[in-house]
Ligand binder design. Structure first.
Ligand SMILES: *Cc1c(COP(=O)(O)O)cnc(C)c1O
Length: 362
């Protein structure tokens, strides 16, 4: 078979001609960045769509995370998960904070609240949790612990665009949530991100921090960064938002096709359906004939490119190896998880083909 390659993800691109009117508007406004009309419209549209009180747009998810920690003036130690994309923990180092790794709950891949309290010390100031693959964290349990110990809660919600639980949008949980609009994420602005917060005062501070810490013409009160989203990215976000139902429904269909064809295979565990289908992580269990790494390689030979998200564990990466931690569930997930291709334009036939190869290999 000489099939065309199938990558783990592919960005959704609306027809190019639909983007032209947005570009014409930018050309006539002559405002390219710094809270231009597209930026303001996108903030408002996202507040409505995501049902959140305040949102501050950023140039990417990593700078949104870095600024979240800075906005809350966190110092000392922060409890977090080693099972995430490296940016989660890098954001701590950029603030001179010490990560303290706590194990995950293997059923959700999220930080296990029952393990948090024993990791708290006199230096702990915050919990940085991740809604991994868009599965909501146990936000109630996390908040309870935070309230008891006077800690702040920040969510890395990079995967959680549009995710709701029984309390509504998960982006409203904690003190702040940071989200990513990178090209590989469900909703993208080429590069982009945002912080979701609860009130205008916090948003004002975040706005200053993302603009070099400038308070007004004569005052610079913080060592802020340049985290601003440009007009062209905001415009693309506005266009993308008009397609979001199609994007989410198509991903749902891909999810269902996978489940239909993989559900009877012994030895692989399928992902939760309580997400936005941003990823399709399977677990290759111990009893399988082949390992996760072998499956990854064999599929590659068939031109199917899966990803070992999240391997290596963050705590095994060079900047973090000096930090002691024991996280057996995270370690096991990291050795067994494989994210299969999922994106709006992935043809049903291709999903069936991927499932067929997996069945054959197992
Ligand atoms: C993508 C991602 C980020 C970083 O977002 P960027 O927009 O790429 O900077 C942070 N955390 C997690 C969990 C991510 O998946």
């Amino acid at each position: 078979m000489s099939d065309k390659p199938i990558y783990v993800t592919e960005p959704f691109l609306p027809p190019l001609e639909e983007f032209i009117p947005y570009l014409e508007d930018i050309w006539s406004s002559k405002q390219l960045t710094n809270n231009g009309p597209m930026h303001e419209k996108l903030e408002q549209a996202l507040c409505e769509y995501l049902d959140v009180p305040e949102i501050a747009l950023f140039n990417n998810g990593m700078s949104a995370l870095v600024t979240s920690l800075q906005a809350l003036n966190i110092k000392g130690e922060v409890i977090t998960t080693p099972f995430s994309f490296i940016a989660t923990t890098h954001a701590l180092l950029w603030n001179n904070l010490t990560p303290v790794f706590v194990d995950i709950d293997p059923s959700s891949f999220n930080i296990d609240p029952s393990k948090i309290e024993s990791a708290i010390t006199s230096k702990t100031e915050a919990i940085l949790a991740v809604h991994c693959y868009g599965v909501p964290c146990n936000t109630t349990a996390i908040q309870k612990i935070a309230d008891k110990h006077g800690l702040k809660v920040i969510y890395d919600a990079a995967h959680a665009f549009g995710v709701k639980d029984s309390a509504g949008s998960v982006l409203k949980q904690g003190d702040l949530s940071a989200i990513s609009f990178h090209a590989t994420k469900i909703f993208n602005t080429f590069e982009g991100g945002a912080i979701i917060c609860k009130d205008k005062k916090t948003k004002l501070k975040i706005n200053q921090l993302k603009n070099f810490g400038i308070t007004n013409e004569n005052t610079i009160s913080h060592a802020g960064q340049n985290g601003k989203m440009s007009e062209i990215c905001a415009a693309f976000g506005l266009l993308q938002l008009t397609k979001i139902d199609h994007i989410l429904n198509s991903r749902r269909e891909v999810y269902q096709t996978y489940v239909e064809h993989l559900k009877d295979i012994v030895g692989i565990k399928l992902p939760s359906n309580k997400t936005n289908n941003s990823y399709f992580p399977i677990i290759v269990e111990k009893q399988c004939k082949i390992t996760r790494d072998e499956l990854h390689e064999k599929l590659k030979e068939k031109n199917i490119f899966t990803r070992k998200y999240f391997s290596p564990l963050i705590s095994d990466c060079e900047p973090y190896t000096h930090i002691q931690s024991e996280t057996p569930h995270a370690r096991s997930a990291s050795a067994r998880v494989l994210c299969l291709p999922i994106y709006p334009n992935l043809a049903r036939g291709d999903v069936v083909k991927i499932c067929h190869h997996i069945k054959e290999l197992l």
